[in-house]
Design a protein around this ligand. Structure first.
Ligand code: C5P
Length: 314
């Protein structure tokens, strides 16, 4: 086949804990990640040239080498020169549904889809962990985007331990259209304010990373207890993003007034989500949030948890 259509689901964090500094300048994290049905669709096809081409209708998505999906294709060229020589370059079309710079790993998911698409096009037969190793060279969220579902992510975010699939819990997401938060800024600001709490020895860091495996949230996931999951969600980056962006803070407060199972900012924001008991409760929360915050730029989505990462479109 000379073309593949792939679905790249967004992710939310159910838990994001910053444990400390790493020697490589990044942060050591303990996260619980969840794929959701809000997805981009990518077409990856052989273009018969040596070039990588990107097309996307979204004005905020770059169509050059600054796009992580483009870098994914270039990485495959350098890692597999023989296959590149044989099959040539690729043209990538992105149908963007996931909001950009939103804390939902949209760009990482696109890069993950390009790795999977080129693996198929070039008949490389890479394993999931080989694809994840390549993904880690592109960004911290790319390895999770490849496998998706429900998982613990530690290290920079690239060490993935799968968790049992969760039932299809419904959620509402909301984001102000022209508001974006830089992930690098969020982590840097966190470091400025909280580095005095970081442990200096690697043993303590490791112990803290292991703690997440035996924590109450993981128990709640094992028991499919959506109400408990809602109560236990946690995101350290809220401590820096909410005080700096009052719109995001107000959004979270407004969601809490709608009596969801729980509400939290995803990743470095600015998307905030609320978990619901059912699809009808999610629809009621969506209606209520629009009434509480009748701002023309507030976009909302209803989605549900989904058990997979990058997959071929039906
Ligand atoms: O890996 P990625 O490019 O997605 O990360 C974006 C930025 O977020 C990094 O440049 C870094 O500043 C910050 N980051 C971090 N620690 C992590 C992941 C990301 O400090 N584990």
């Amino acid at each position: 086949m000379r073309s593949y259509s792939l679905i790249a689901p967004a992710k939310i964090n159910l838990h994001l804990e910053i444990l400390g500094d790493r020697a490589d300048g990044y942060h050591e994290l303990a996260m619980v990640m969840q794929s959701i049905s809000l997805s981009d669709r990518l077409e990856v096809r052989a273009n018969g040239t040596e070039r990588t081409q990107i097309h996307c209708q979204h004005e905020l998505v770059p169509q050059d080498s600054t796009n992580l999906a483009y870098r994914a294709a270039e990485l495959m060229k350098t890692e597999f020169p023989e296959a590149f020589h044989r099959y040539g370059g690729v043209e990538i079309s992105i149908d963007k549904q996931i909001p950009v710079a939103a804390g939902l790993a949209g760009g990482s998911g696109n890069a993950a889809a390009v790795l999977v698409g080129i693996d198929l096009l070039w008949k490389l037969g890479l394993t999931q962990s080989e694809l994840q190793e390549l993904g880690a060279k592109l960004g911290s969220d790319v390895p999770f985007s490849i496998c998706g579902g429900t998982a613990i992510a530690t290290g920079r975010g690239e060490n993935i331990s799968p968790l049992p699939d969760l039932e299809r819990i419904h959620l509402v997401l909301a984001k102000y259209r022209n508001l974006s938060v830089s992930t690098a800024w969020a982590y840097q600001t966190y470091r400025q304010q909280f580095s005095h709490t970081y442990p200096s020895d690697t043993n303590t860091l490791e112990q803290r990373a292991n703690r997440v495996h035996s924590g109450a949230l993981i128990q709640a996931i094992a028991h499919q207890d959506a109400a408990k999951i809602g109560q236990l969600m946690h995101n350290d980056l809220e401590k820096v993003v909410l005080p700096a962006h009052s719109l995001v803070d107000e959004l979270k407060t407004a969601f809490a007034k709608c009596n969801p199972l729980g509400t939290m900012m995803s990743g470095s924001g600015p998307t905030v989500f609320a978990l619901a008991e059912s699809k009808s409760q999610a629809e009621a929360i969506q209606k209520q949030i629009k009434e509480l915050l009748p701002h023309p730029e507030l976009d909302t989505w209803i989605a549900q948890f989904c058990p997979q990462g990058i997959h071929i479109a039906q």
